[in-house]
Design a protein around this ligand. Structure first.
Ligand code: MLT
Length: 285
């Protein structure tokens, strides 16, 4: 069959094809029908938009799924690597405005969660619901800041690959590490090829982010918190504290998963998201 630009557009309208566009120099990817409720996914560090593949595969049937690579990671350019969390929220706001997304659901994991939390503090009325995966509202403490500094020093002296290997391995729980070794190696290999300037820029942006805890009690949209039972970076105890501060929240702990729940146990994460979105929709009616 001869596939024209308009055929691709039509495929996309009925939810068949992943599309890519460049917005404000960021690589933005969409799946599903643009007329459906939008979900905007924000990945963690040091990953890219493909960490949500298993969610989009299922959710694109009913939702317009928008993903982008955070500045400096994946296919988005590193530029000068001088990033702040505020810039990352500006990027998110720009993508939403440019794509004319009407009250999307915001869904962020870890660093994507930091961006989501600050966005909810700044522009909550732009969203209809929030999904916060494996993240925390506290800023880095002194120990955390020194770890970021050591990471930058290590990348400068040893290159990106050794840091990426150790950091990413620590993100995953025992089940994935033991049973999905080839998949884990592929993820490490991909992130090791990112631009070190972008990776270090993200470390600095996380180091300098504000504490968003105070804003949690002001959330007035349905919020789902998801956390892997073996998450070492943002453990269930930390996320449960956030859960108790957010008025319309629910908390789901994911079995057989560490910090990267959407990759480690996609079935349970998809189920939790679908159930939550169905309830959130009913609340809006
Ligand atoms: C992430 O997954 O985005 C990172 O673990 C966040 C962090 O290093 O604080």
């Amino acid at each position: 069959m001869f596939i024209t630009q308009s055929t691709i557009f039509l495929f996309n309208l009925i939810g068949g094809v992943k599309m890519k566009e460049i917005i404000n120099s960021l690589s933005v990817f969409t799946d599903g029908n643009k007329n459906n409720q939008a979900i905007i996914f924000i990945h963690g560090f040091p990953y890219d938009h493909t960490m949500w593949d298993s969610q989009v595969e299922v959710l694109k049937e009913k939702y317009f799924c928008v993903r982008y690579d955070i500045r400096g990671l994946g296919e988005s350019p590193a530029g000068d690597g001088q990033y702040t969390m505020e810039m990352f929220v500006d990027d998110l706001e720009f993508v939403i405005a440019q794509m004319k997304l009407l009250k999307p659901v915001i869904c962020g994991l870890s660093m994507g969660g930091y961006i989501s939390l600050r966005a909810l503090e700044r522009i909550q009325d732009k969203f209809s619901a929030a999904i916060l995966c494996d993240t925390r509202s506290e800023a880095d403490n002194n120990e955390g800041k020194l770890k970021r500094a050591a990471a930058i020093k290590r990348i400068n002296t040893e290159g990106l690959a050794p840091f990426a290997k150790d950091f990413i391995t620590n993100c995953f729980g025992d089940y994935f590490k033991q049973n999905k070794k080839a998949e884990l190696d592929k993820i490490i290999e991909k992130s090791s090829r990112f631009n070190p300037i972008g990776v270090k820029g993200c470390l600095l942006a996380m180091l300098g982010r504000t504490d968003t805890t105070i804003g949690l009690s002001k959330f007035n949209i349905p919020t789902l918190l998801i956390c892997g039972e073996q998450d070492l970076l943002t453990p269930p105890s930390v996320m449960k504290e956030m859960f108790h501060k957010i008025p319309k929240a629910e908390f789901v702990e994911i079995k057989n998963a560490g910090h990267m729940t959407p990759i480690e146990n996609p079935e349970d994460v998809n189920r939790a998201i679908m159930n939550f979105l169905t309830k959130a929709e009913q609340l809006r009616k």
